[in-house]
Design a protein around this ligand. Structure first.
Ligand code: FES
Ligand code: FES
Length: 173
């Protein structure tokens, strides 16, 4: 069995009970993904599995055989930081930074969910395209806690990135 982490095939752990979070941090030394609560309540451990956000503390590594896992370390490209990483810097979207990798991975998955038309608790019109307004963003990101209370900057950074994605999409159409 192998699992692809940030584009590189990695060997499976010998112990089938190893969580994806411990596998990333303890076996592969990818310490960007953070352990907060270790029980699915804080979002610090969020990574992307084939582009969908998941809580790696609640995932067994063996469940992700053949899947593509992306962590915060895998977002940067040759062109530089991911635009959302840059937006977090420009909008002061962090203080201690502990929650930040999870916030960024979660926001990337969240944006893709909205584009696929996945509704949230506050979505009013289930037949219209989802606009990621302030309420939608806060609701959809409510699983990612920030003990520093950097929420205003976090929402501003994500909103700017979503706007930029919309402009790119419009330009491509
Ligand atoms: S460490 Fe996974 S949700 Fe908190
Ligand atoms: S920036 Fe410190 S927990 Fe969010």
């Amino acid at each position: 069995m192998s699992i692809t982490i940030n584009g590189i095939a990695a060997p499976a752990p010998t112990d089938a009970r190893v969580s994806l979070l411990d596998y990333l941090r303890e076996h592969l030394s990818l310490h960007g993904t953070k352990k907060g609560c270790d029980q699915g309540a804080c979002g610090a451990c969020t990574v992307l599995a084939d582009g969908e956000r998941i809580l790696s503390c609640l995932a067994l590594t063996v469940q992700y055989e053949g899947r593509e896992i992306t962590t915060i370390e895998g977002l940067e490209s040759e062109a530089g930081l991911h635009p959302l990483q840059q937006a977090f810097i420009e909008h002061d979207g962090f203080q201690c930074g502990y929650c930040t990798p999870g916030q960024i991975c979660s926001a990337i998955g969240m944006s893709a969910e909205a584009r696929r038309g996945v509704p949230s608790h506050v979505t009013q019109d289930l037949t219209a395209a989802i606009a990621l307004n302030h309420d939608e963003l806060r609701e959809r990101m409510s699983g990612n806690l920030c003990r520093c209370g950097a929420y205003n900057g976090i929402v501003a950074a994500i909103a700017e990135n979503c706007r930029a994605e919309d402009e790119q999409q419009e330009a491509a159409e």
